[in-house]
Structures are given as structure tokens and as C-alpha cells.
Design a protein around this ligand. Structure first.
Ligand SMILES: [Zn+2]
Length: 280
């Protein structure tokens, strides 16, 4: 990858709008799995209808979105480490497909976001699921860093002409600063209702806050420690020191101390907050 190096072998399966084709795609996914004895044919067939990441789930999300003209999408890194790959699945990116006036720039950011997860995981070598989860860190960090790295990297690639922008439909695509302000407005509106300013959950409003507030928190860490700090210093330490140990060694404070400091940052006026953002 142009900015971050390679995270290793990767499969990215994009499920379209036609159900029969989604099933054929699922068969194409299963063929090498069964040949390499990654899965049995029966396991792979069952995986197709898995409600967490099955091909038919991704098909249904976009089929419903188009039928109701209500934008929806989903993409995820769905494991694969036990097979020596990063396994991705995605619903049809509506922006790339020119549907429902969705900005294709948002799909480009999603790709970078997802790829960042493979970078995070490329530093984790254990196969035990619980240990892997711990080494990825809390949701505010694993997702927050994917949000921040994708937003900043996309803006940098567009600004330097290394990634072209497809013409958007409808309203103009907001620039980086505006996108971050939108996230901050969401944070300020929702933090009263949430248990933490930096939640560790995927569920409900707290889950949405974890992405947005986590994105700002990581942008703040990058401002203080350099834009390359995660890939160059933090992640290489995770396997040996664990997530919290790597955090303390890299950022010179515990993650709890950081949350306290970040609470103070959230209380600053917006014009002070945006001073930490990289300029493009
Ligand atoms: Zn993510």
C-alpha cells in the first residue's frame, strides 16, 4: 500500500445486489478454502448465511438499502489469520456504484479504514482469539485509529494527487477539517448520554461515539507524537508489551491518564481543538 506498506496476503470480497451472484461469489470464496483445508465444505456453506459476516448478510444490507432508497453499507475484516490471510467482506460500496447520491470519497475512506485494520493485525502473531482481541486494544483505539489514519491519509493522498477523486453527486464532499468538525459536533451532542467520552463498545450510541471520539483522540496522539507513531513505534511493541504496555511506553502515560487529559481537550473551544489537526 502506497502509504503504509503491505500487511500481507489479503482477500477483499465485495458482494453485489443480485442474490444468485452473491451465492456464486460465496462458492468462489469456498473453493480455495476447501481445497486448502481451511474449512470443510459444510462449514463454508454455513458461513454464507452467518448473520455477523456472511455473504448473504452483505447482500441483504444493500438490497434493502436500494429497495427502500435508504443508504446502508457494511464492510469488515473478518479474520482469516488462521489461514494466513486477511479476510475482508463488504457490501456493494454505493458511492463507487453511483447509487443514492453517496459520495465515492466516503468509500475510498472506508477502504483505507479497513486496510488500517490489517496493518494493526499484521503486528499480532498469536492465534488465540481472546489474546488477539486484547492486543487490538479497546474499540475507541482500534476503531479510532482506523478512523484517524483513514481520514488523514485519504486527504493527504487526494491533496498530493496520488489518489484521484471520483466526481461526487449531490452536495460537495466536505474537506478534512469539516469532516472532523462534524465528528466533534456529534461528540459534543452525545457525550452527556454516554458512559464514557471514549467508550469501549460497538453497541448503540456509545459505539458510534467510540469511532468519532476515538478518531479525535488518535488525531490528538498523532499531533503530539508524530503521524507515523502508530506504525513505527506503537504497533511493533504490542506483541511483546501488550496493548496497555505499548501505549505507556509509546505515549508516556497510562491509557486512563490519557482519557482524563482528552476530557480536558473536549472542553476546549472548537477553534482550539482544530489547531491539532494536520493542514492540507
Ligand atoms: Zn473499523
Amino acid at each position: 500500500m502506497i502509504s503504509w506498506g503491505s500487511s500481507g496476503r489479503l482477500e477483499y470480497w465485495v458482494v453485489g445486489t443480485d442474490r444468485d451472484t452473491a451465492i456464486a461469489l460465496s462458492d468462489a470464496f469456498c473453493k480455495p478454502r476447501v481445497e486448502r483445508v481451511d474449512m470443510t465444505a459444510r462449514e463454508c456453506l454455513a458461513d454464507r448465511t452467518n448473520e455477523d459476516h456472511g455473504f448473504l448478510m452483505y447482500h441483504r444490507i444493500v438490497a434493502d438499502a436500494l429497495a427502500n432508497a435508504k443508504p446502508a453499507s457494511s464492510a469488515g475484516h473478518n479474520g482469516g489469520y488462521q489461514w494466513g490471510i486477511h479476510r475482508y467482506s463488504s457490501s456493494l460500496p454505493l458511492g463507487f456504484a453511483g447509487q443514492l447520491e453517496i459520495h465515492p470519497e466516503g468509500d475510498q475512506i472506508t477502504l483505507l479504514h479497513e486496510y488500517w485494520h490489517s496493518i494493526q493485525m499484521s503486528f499480532i502473531h498469536r492465534t488465540d482469539h481472546q489474546i488477539r482481541k486484547k492486543q487490538m486494544g479497546p474499540v475507541r483505539f482500534s476503531e479510532g485509529s482506523a478512523v484517524a489514519m483513514a481520514e488523514i491519509t485519504a486527504e493527504n493522498l487526494w491533496a498530493t494527487g496520488r489518489l484521484s477523486r471520483a466526481a461526487s453527486q449531490g452536495d460537495p464532499w466536505p474537506n478534512f477539517k469539516q469532516r472532523m468538525i462534524n465528528k466533534m459536533n456529534f461528540i459534543q451532542e452525545k457525550i452527556q448520554d454516554c458512559d464514557s467520552v471514549l467508550p469501549d463498545t460497538y453497541e448503540g450510541v456509545d459505539g458510534r461515539l467510540a469511532y468519532k471520539s476515538g478518531g479525535w483522540a488518535v488525531a490528538y496522539l498523532l499531533y503530539r507524537h508524530g503521524r507515523g507513531v502508530l506504525r513505527e513505534r506503537f504497533h511493533p511493541r504490542v506483541a511483546e508489551l501488550g496493548w496497555e504496555g505499548a501505549f505507556q511506553k509509546t505515549f508516556g502515560q497510562t491509557s486512563t491518564q490519557f482519557i482524563e487529559e482528552f476530557k480536558g481537550f473536549l472542553g476546549l473551544p472548537l477553534e482550539k481543538q482544530i489547531e491539532i489537526l494536520p493542514k492540507f
